[in-house]
Design a protein around this ligand. Structure first.
Ligand code: ADP
Ligand code: F6P
Length: 319
């Protein structure tokens, strides 16, 4: 491994910068030159690469977003696009590539690995929907951002005795809704993994009201349905004054938590170590607090599993 490259792809996530820093510094520590690829796969096809030195990743461990920029590229999904990317990697004599992103990015990574470049994936997405790791980089920060908002909304929910429906991101996964609902003390959590819960939510609000509970927080994962429709149904069925907040992209920004910085540092460095060991087509992850490697083929063949025990726990505690 004389020359490595690193790119960020898909939706950005807090902690991606800490992962870039870890890849660059571990790579240089192990005697390689490390190149940053700008704008994800789009930049790779265009040869948008620059060598990074130790100082180039200074002062970024605490910054959200990604200094390498991120992109979603349709062109890269084509055979021609992947061939162009390979040509660029070869012309820059790159021996190994680290791809920081989510499962979509790994589909691209796997294609490159099949064409002969060693590639290791690092899970970076707020959605926490990547099999092979307990947590993806950015998830913890996003959940902390959400509960800060939930706490604020709770103040006004209590003062006005209203029901608040809060929609959070997660694409097809309910993890952000689940963990922020548990940590924020939500009365009910609607997740795509358990789609039939709206009537149950209504009944829980009504039961709470009968016991004297005058306000409720309902978390809705974006994959579980439209928060405004949920709000309308709750208002109609319970007669309670209801408001809806869609948190949106504030969940993607901000300074990464200590957990995400440490996770990104461990996984970024481990990805480089795997390349030095001659590994390819793998993803690094954290499993029971140990860094672990999983074949990309295995990651891509599995569906992410939400922890249903946590879901049941949140139901018990929010009675
Ligand atoms: P994430 O990595 O966060 O899941 P996306 O699903 O948007 O984000 O994927 C990021 C990029 O990965 C896409 O824009 C595309 O360039 C590349 N990609 C996704 N799926 C494939 C595929 N089947 N083949 C090749 N590249 C892909
Ligand atoms: O994958 C991260 C994510 O923020 C999802 O939670 C969300 O569904 C999607 O990206 C939003 O994408 P965009 O930033 O393109 O609107």
């Amino acid at each position: 491994m004389k020359k490595l490259a690193v790119l960020t792809s898909g939706g950005d996530a807090p902690g991606m910068n800490a992962a870039i820093r870890a890849v660059v510094r571990r790579g240089i520590y192990r005697g390689a030159k490390v190149f940053g690829v700008y704008h994800g796969y789009e930049g790779l096809m265009n040869g948008d690469l620059k060598e990074m030195d130790l100082g180039s990743v200074g002062d970024i461990i605490h910054r959200g977003g990604t200094i390498l920029f991120s992109a979603r590229s349709e062109r890269f999904k084509t055979e021609e696009g992947q061939k162009r990317a390979m040509d660029q990697l070869r012309s820059h004599d790159i021996d190994g590539l680290v791809v920081i992103g989510g499962d979509g990015s790994y589909r691209g990574a796997e294609k490159l690995a099949q064409k002969g470049i060693p590639v290791i994936g690092v899970p970076g997405t707020i959605d926490n929907d990547v099999p092979g790791t307990d947590y993806s980089i950015g998830f913890d920060t996003a959940v902390n951002t959400v509960i800060e908002a939930v706490d604020r909304i709770r103040d006004t929910a209590t003062s006005h005795e209203r029901t608040y429906v809060i929609e959070v991101m997660g694409r097809d996964a309910g993890d952000i809704a689940l963990w922020s609902g548990l940590a924020g003390g939500a009365e009910s959590i609607l997740i795509p993994e358990n789609p039939s819960d709206l009537q149950d939510t209504v009944e829980r609000i009504q039961a709470g009201y009968r016991r004297g509970k005058k306000h409720s927080i309902i978390m809705v994962a974006e994959g579980a349905g439209n928060a405004f429709d949920v709000g309308e149904t709750i208002k109609k069925e319970t007669g309670m004054e209801t408001r809806v907040t869609v948190l949106g992209h504030i969940q993607r920004g901000g300074s990464p938590t200590a957990f995400d910085r440490a996770l990104a540092s461990r996984l970024g460095a481990f990805a480089v170590d795997l390349l030095f060991e001659g590994k390819t087509s793998s993803m690094v992850g954290l499993v029971s607090n140990q860094v672990r490697e999983t074949d990309l083929a295995e990651v891509l063949s599995q569906r992410h599993k939400l922890d249903l025990d946590i879901y049941q726990l949140s139901r018990t505690l929010s009675m």
